[in-house]
Ligand binder design. Sequence first.
Ligand code: C2E
Ligand code: MG
Ligand code: MG
Length: 518
Amino acid sequence: MPTFFETRAGGQLLAAIAGALVLWGMLYAFRLNVMAIFRNYSSDRVDGLFLAFVVAGFASFLYSLLRIFDLRREMQRQQEQGRRALWTATHDHLTRLPNRYAFERFEALPTSGSDDAAHAPMATVFSIDLDGFKKVNDLLGHQGGDFLLQEVAKRLSAFGAENCVFRFGGDEFIVIARDLLPTRDARFAELIVHSLTRPVKIDALWCQVGASIGYARWPEHGAQIKDVCHKSDIALYEAKALGANTSLLFREEMQMKVSERAKLEGVLRTAIDKNQIRPFYQPLVDLRSGDVCGFEALARWTLEDGTSISPQVFISIAEETGLITPLFQQLLSRACGDAKSWPPHVCLSFNLSAVQMEDRLLAARILEIVEEAGFAPERLEIEITENALIKDPTLAAAIIDDLHAAGILVALDDFGTGYSSLSQLARYAFDKIKIDQSFVRSLGQGGGRHGKIVQALLNLSRGLEVKTTVEGIEEHHQLAYFLNEGCDIGQGYLFGKAMPFEQTVSFLDERRAVLKTA
Ligand code: C2E
Ligand code: MG
Ligand code: MG
């Protein structure tokens, strides 16, 4: 509560008193001179003029004082507004935690460089990302998601001192733990995971999310806190790739991997521009007749120095950078052009990336490429992995229906390795299921428990009336096993590896010649 003299009225009263005092003093001090002037130049005009000067001077003086008080008040108001604007700029409104901008201004760490290693200041930066947050948002709407983020902020606040827990946007948080011994940070990360994975009640529903954590130490991993945070982010990226609820300490190799990946991204762009990535073709063999019934197009990229880059590496970069769409179009167009020259019963299988399943017009785009190449859509089979279905099952079902309407076949690739549930599978009209090669590898000589799983998968596809392809057949005993189990199509090194188009023609001829003599 301001005192009376701090209010505008009090200020003006003070100003008036001060003004009167000053005027009185002046008049008193110059009284005699004033009287003399009055006596010598006594005239109405001069008296009036003089008085007007005195009053105007007094009024100006009083006005200046009032302005000074008003300016002071205005300055205080602006300071308060500035403080509020700074808070708004440096805080997240939902969780009221400091944000990324506040992090960049973070100065709470003492300067390192103490000679006494045992007592040198230290801190660990934890980069935290929630796993499965999008699902909560999708299920409970943004209000539910907001509530969860507020709860996460509350739980995280218990792990850091004031202004040491930040929200960087979305479901990304940072905790700076000061003076945490290097021997304790792994345990600290575990405790954060444990705290964040405890269920949260939202609108009478219990929800649970996971948390991935990457962490790095100051000053060991960087002199500036933002450099350390960059490293903890790199470790987080690795932790996320390992699956939910993983925490990882930054290691130098991780940085090298990131730099190599960034370099590769640039080279990949050029390779796509120059059409340097080519489809190779791996035969698909009808197990009953032994004839080649199709080829799966597999992308191959060889650098100018002769190094081959694995499709798993460059496809994932292309997916992350959005390059997958031009790459897909380029490869599919080329593969359709190649496949035209195969006998009509030989189909072309083509892999689709999970990220492409976000495109509602995907089927139309595929059909356009196929028609442009002059290839029959009925001879094309699109392979979709289970993980491509879970993101948006309704959209996935619509795309699959569109593909069928265009006459294109759809196969479920790498079956048994993804996260789709069996009930979900019944929802999609697949023409073929490809049993993942990991089941074939784990089969061993006798079948055993893995054999039972393979039999169950084969029964499932028979029940759904879809054909089965088994991937990764390398040995004769594996071929014999799947032939015996009534599997339809085989793929693997036993029949042939992926080959350039030029070899497919001679491969088909040789295969036909072998069948004739058999
Ligand atoms: P995928 O679609 O499951 O392809 C089968 C992978 O298994 C191929 O690996 C193939 O070379 C390998 N393979 C086939 N038979 C055998 C075998 O008997 N033994 C062993 N050990 N491996 C065998 P590749 O070419 O390295 O491709 C890996 C994955 O990369 C593919 O798995 C597919 O998911 C992806 N991919 C390849 N080309 C493309 C493409 O053009 N577009 C998209 N979206 N993904 C692609
Ligand atoms: Mg495939
Ligand atoms: Mg596969």
